[in-house]
Design a protein around this ligand. Sequence first.
Ligand SMILES: Nc1ncnc2c1ncn2[C@@H]1O[C@H](COP(=O)(O)OP(=O)(O)OP(=O)(O)O)[C@@H](O)[C@H]1O
Ligand SMILES: [Mg+2]
Length: 487
Amino acid sequence: MSKRFPGVDAVTDVSLDVFAGEVHVLAGENGAGKSTLMKILAQVDAPTSGGIEIDGVPVVHRGPAHARRLGVSMVHQEFALAPDLTVAENLFLGHEPGRLGWIRRRVERARARRLLRRVGLDVRETRTVRTLSTAQQQRVEIAKALAVDTGLLVLDEPTASLTEQESAELFTVLRSLTATGTAVCYISHRLDEIFTIGDRVTVLRDGSVVTTRHVGELDEAALVRSMVGRDVENLYPRVFREPGPVRLRVRGLERAEAVRGVDLSVRAGEILGLAGLIGAGRTELARAVFGAEPATAGRLTLDGRDLRVRSPREAMAAGIGYLTEDRKGDGLALQLGVDVNITLGAPPTRGGLIDLRAERDEAEHYRDRLGIRTPRVNSPVRLLSGGNQQKVVLARVLRAGAGVLFVDEPGRGMDVAAKSEMFRQLDELASEGRAIVLISSYLPELMNMCDRVLVLRAGRVAGELDRAEFSERRLVALATGAGGGDE
Ligand SMILES: Nc1ncnc2c1ncn2[C@@H]1O[C@H](COP(=O)(O)OP(=O)(O)OP(=O)(O)O)[C@@H](O)[C@H]1O
Ligand SMILES: [Mg+2]
């Protein structure tokens, strides 16, 4: 199968078998063609050449509804639920069991409850989707995929915004599906989970298959090598130095229910980690400091001086930066070019006009440094792969050069090589005396990159660990409130 977009060979002559009952992982660098390949299976896109057979029968491409009738469902990298409809309404959107009034609706609700049980989701089917957490919404997506008779379930980076615990629960659901013969195609950048959940792995590079192997035949280093085409020496290139004076101090910060009296300080040269479950208040804390959602109480000082922040504009003017976790929501202008997105808000000027040439030069600099894969430096961001979009947001934040920087799940969706480069840049920023707050749900990231980690639970600081005290068990214990956290 091949797929050409204008100027890009996204998928080139790929052959792939997927067996009943297996979890088939697709791995590869950002822009390697993983999502494109899977979208063709789900008939969201048609191939330029080649085709699919299901149980030996050639498939005619007619679109996603047709794919679902043939038993192929896909949960996309970005969810597509209707936020203001109920869970049950979302599950059967487009194929309601019938429109014969309340009896049908009762049948529908009973079916919804069965589906929710199947994916281990304990919420009422009458809940509005907007009120659910990301992890819960994702379960709804999977339940929706299972609402038709599914032989092949495709998941595109399903754990990118889940905590370890939530990922483990997702794997249990997937295992129960494969046990009954469902095939799962699973796109992931997380090496650890590829080995946990995968039976076989196909590695793509530049749109072509590098290899398909049983995961047992590979180790992490070999997998990385086949993805990147070289060894990645150090995934977490951090150099620890003695931190300088406190740059940002937060006292008694409150934000409605989400943040309840949080104190924190972060020093020049320091990377402070924020750990916690989804909903623990990490993002809300960052948004409150950044002025995106005003705090209801609390005091901030920056470099020893009182600081009042009522809007992101004021925060940026004061030298506080924020790499948001939601690149689609408030991160990117999807219709605009990569270059414009990188300089958004503060383009280089000459004589009062935007200096287009300087803008392009700067964009090319970040494109090369972060390996942003784009046909042209002014191509619209919406044409980029998920991980490459994330790199554009990162480039903008790096360029803004804040003295205090909050980065919220910065590695989300990035491949291992890109992540390693990003962490190198964060370390470089720290070495220049900036203070960095790293929010991450991936504990190895926190443990390898941070001087200290603050664990939030239900909006409060549940504990703080120094680098010497780090252990996954302690961090998890503090985050969940289970046990005393001692080894
Ligand atoms: N609609 C489109 N128009 C033009 N180019 C596209 C389109 N969709 C994808 N591409 C390009 O095809 C290539 C493969 O993209 P794809 O989304 O499949 O990558 P991916 O392996 O899923 O990457 P990631 O890990 O970042 O999600 C990229 O170079 C991307 O820019
Ligand atoms: Mg993708």
